[in-house]
Design a protein around this ligand. Structure first.
Ligand code: HEM
Length: 183
């Protein structure tokens, strides 16, 4: 299978990045909601947030690679049956998902660095606390993080439903292209 995108379909790199990021986002969401309600003596009370932050920061790096890859190998154009409104809506939707993802991860970073301590990533290395003295940093970033997390997950579900609509109703290649099939 080709690595790069072509005018008719996505390449392996874009497909792995797409589904890998989707998996990480839903996983982080579930882990995040679960971990904040853990009891004081629960062994996962520390391990949960550590795992969440480690995966979250790796995801941040992966998303930066994904943006660069988008310039190296641009995505295929929209299927021919997509009208002007659909093309605009999908462009704006994808942009909102990208911006929302970066914003939720930056907010997560700001929660974690509010105490001025760096974030260990899987115990292998540490991401330094570059910003730690914003007013009410942890609380404000925490509220923003939660709302953005819900917003992204709801948006991602709508994005998925739109792909299913294109597949089962419009019967076009929108979904199959992201599954590696040729349009
Ligand atoms: C797509 C990426 C992410 C999603 C969807 C996500 C989602 C969530 C959710 C749903 C919560 C629970 C919030 C609450 O109930 O108050 C949470 C908590 C948290 N997240 Fe994330 N997160 C992401 C990335 C990150 C990153 C990159 C970091 C840090 C580097 C991070 C750090 C935290 C911290 C420290 C908490 C605990 C906040 C508290 O104890 O109130 N998250 N996250």
């Amino acid at each position: 299978m080709q690595l790069r995108n072509s005018p008719s379909r996505y390449g392996l790199v874009s497909i792995v990045l797409h589904w890998g990021v989707a998996l990480a986002v839903f996983g982080l969401f579930g882990l995040g909601l679960w971990m904040v309600d853990l009891g004081y003596y629960d062994p996962w009370r520390k391990a949960g947030p550590d795992l969440h932050k480690s995966i979250g920061l790796v995801l941040l790096a992966v998303m930066l690679v994904r943006v660069v890859w988008r310039f190296i190998s641009p995505p295929p154009p929209a299927p021919a049956n997509h009208g002007k409104v659909t093309r605009l809506a999908s462009k704006l939707g994808h942009l909102a998902l990208y911006l929302g993802l970066f914003a939720v991860m930056v907010a997560g970073y700001l929660i974690s660095t509010a105490d001025g301590v760096g974030i260990p990533v899987f115990g292998l290395f540490e991401v330094p606390a570059l910003i730690s003295d914003l007013p009410d940093q942890a609380d404000t970033a925490g509220v923003i993080h939660l709302w953005l997390a819900w917003g992204i997950v709801i948006f991602a579900v709508l994005h998925g439903l739109a792909a299913l609509k294109h597949h089962f109703i419009d019967r076009d290649a929108t979904l199959t292209r992201m599954l590696g099939r040729k349009a």
